[in-house]
Design a protein around this ligand. Structure first.
Ligand code: ATP
Ligand code: MG
Length: 331
């Protein structure tokens, strides 16, 4: 079986983009008997300004949401990054195997560094820590949204560099990116940007735990354009096309079949149709999130068991890494 690794930041609640572009894929892979590791990457989420009580709360909500989406702790390894110290240790080691110009040109760094006045070093090193996450578990496949492609390429470069200097120790991972536009769901307020957890305007994202009325309100207010018929043209009409894409993704239908249904509708009527489809799709997930959140002690226990499983692999990898680099004083 393939070794799958994926991470998600507890910077907010899981939104439709995370779900369609990544989380849904993780559950499919888990059920196809691949070895799946899912990490709630809290060390990544402190690279931008954050609020400690909110972060702690978000970690629980994230764990509850992932289970509600179908991540089964009996089949997959689900844990919180900061519980496994080796991520940070390996991050340090890998940080000497790449260069500062290479990190400076990565799109996520360019976008997020614009949002703060003084750029944290952590934001800069973020993709190195991400490579450490992947390589610690010797992952062969990493399912991500399209926005993470450049980071996966950096992880590939680090694996090759490591193998070149210290001998074949790591597989060069492959990115698994969903076909079509599931891999890039756009912001409802600004369709030139992707939907993001850390987006300041709550109207821009549909969260999996949003109540039905709120979902409908957000979709009705989604920014589209001044043409009232429904067509699919992601370049010229990104706003409307994003809704068509979402509609197709949540109903499991093709873009063509969704457009056929929309032929007689104007934008306002069509938005209601999309809203209904999203609400129906998310209803059972939302119910399961609340059920999970009411059992916080079980969540804590589940995450501790996940961390124990992860630690065994991470420690094994680090023993080998230190041996290869000549670190430490061992006989
Ligand atoms: P943040 O704004 O804090 O970076 P995010 O929404 O980008 O949050 P991440 O935790 O960075 O979420 O990413 C988790 C996974 O979701 C990654 O695989 C990422 O590629 C994917 N993803 C994020 N946004 C989208 C989107 N709009 N469409 C499809 N996939 C997405
Ligand atoms: Mg992100």
């Amino acid at each position: 079986p393939r070794k799958i690794f994926s991470g998600i930041q507890p910077t907010g609640s899981v939104h439709l983009g995370n779900y369609l572009g990544a989380v849904r894929k993780w559950t499919q892979l888990q059920n196809s008997r691949d070895d799946v590791t899912v990490c709630i990457v809290d060390m990544h989420s402190i690279t931008m300004p954050h609020n400690p009580p909110v972060l702690r709360e978000n970690i629980f909500t994230m764990a509850a949401t992932l289970v509600a989406c179908g991540i089964d702790p009996a089949k997959s390894t689900l844990f919180v990054q900061s519980a496994v110290l080796e991520h940070c240790e390996f991050n340090w080691i890998l940080s000497s195997m790449t260069t500062t110009p290479r990190l400076a040109q990565l799109p996520q760094f360019k976008e997020k560094s614009r949002l703060v006045r003084d750029i944290p070093l952590g934001l800069y090193v973020y993709p190195v820590l991400q490579a450490a996450d992947i390589m610690l578990y010797k992952a062969t496949h990493v399912p991500v949204g399209a926005d993470q492609l450049q980071h996966i390429q950096l992880a590939q470069h680090l694996a090759r560099t490591f193998n070149g200097r210290y001998g074949e120790a790591f597989p060069v991972c492959h990115a698994i990116i969903e076909e079509g536009d599931a891999s890039r769901v756009l912001s409802l307020r600004d369709p030139s940007k992707k939907m993001s957890k850390s987006e300041a305007n709550p109207k821009a994202t549909i969260n999996l735990c949003d109540p039905p009325e709120l979902i409908m309100e957000k979709i009705k207010k989604a920014v589209t354009d001044f043409t009232s018929d429904i067509t699919y043209d992601p370049n010229l009409r990104p706003g409307v096309s994003n809704l068509v894409n979402i509609h197709a993704q949540v109903t499991g239908r093709s873009i063509r079949s969704v457009l056929e249904e929309a032929k007689t509708l104007d934008t306002a009527k069509y938005k209601e149709r999309v809203g209904d489809a999203v609400i129906e799709h998310l209803r059972p997930i939302r119910e399961r999130i609340h059920e999970q959140l009411s059992k916080k002690n079980e969540l804590i226990h589940m995450l501790e068991i996940g961390a124990e499983k992860a630690r065994i692999q991470a420690q094994k990898t680090m023993r080998d890494v230190k041996q290869r680099l000549g670190l430490g004083a061992y006989a």
